[in-house]
Unconditional design. Sequence first.
Length: 319
Amino acid sequence: MKKELAEFTRSFSDCVGAGIPAGKALSLIQENTRLSLRVRRAAGEAKDALLGGSSLSFAFSSATAMRFPEWYASFVSLSEENGNLCGIMSHLEKVLAASKKAREQFWAALLYPLCVAVLAFGASVFLMNVVGGSLFSGERLEMYRSAAWKSIGMAVAFFALFVLVLAVVFSKIMGRSALVEMLNALSFLTDCGVPLVQAIDSAGAAVGGQKRVARAFSRMSAGISAGGVVSDVFSVCLSEARFPAAARIVSAHLEVCQTTGTAGALKSAVSELESRRERLKAAAVALEQPLLMGAAAVYFVLLLKDTVLPFVLGGMDFL
């Protein structure tokens, strides 16, 4: 579904960016056989609703062939209010592309160690059976296999712990990426003239599965609606969501802009946060392989003492 939503958004954004009216753009998408059937059907349903007098946001929401998230329709509704459909669709395309890239990087980072773990375990079982079968038989073979399986279990537990730690690290990076993307969306909406609270609500709705970020945006909206100082509200809400660095950076930029009367606080804060995120991501990727090789070395040390050593020593007396 996310792939199809990105496909539709890219096609619709290209059309409206070329100056084609929304209704005609939907017709072109419906007739484009290179697109998936679900995308074409959704475009047809949205076109029919639009020609029937519905707003574009309602036309998207009413499509049944493909589900448009509420936050997506909310962004489209904002474009109808400020007349910037081309800009909003271009931004949505970038948001979906960034979300896809973050998911791909997360799974790619985990796939490598998981593949190494599977190969190591397969080699372990093969080595145990080949060495054990060639040296021992009967009761001695069972003793050998019992000791070897115990060693493999310890090694697998160690390797699984490493993969778990890696998953936690990259999930935290994804959380920071989601925060940066939502602050970027908030900056874009406010630059388009959307009121701050409404922009926060729209950007926060697009967070998806990142509950910490969603809660932070919800509290920001409530705090500012209650009359709180914007920089203080951002600082408190981001700190409570366990984003202390982002809280310091965003609140500092907002305070400067409030003091000097200039705009662009969120944009400059997002730029700094993006730089920090890329440095953290690069460091994590750079450390992944050496740490993985170290974990693999420990794995095989724990394993070989009960599989290869019996072959080297020629017996089971040391067990």
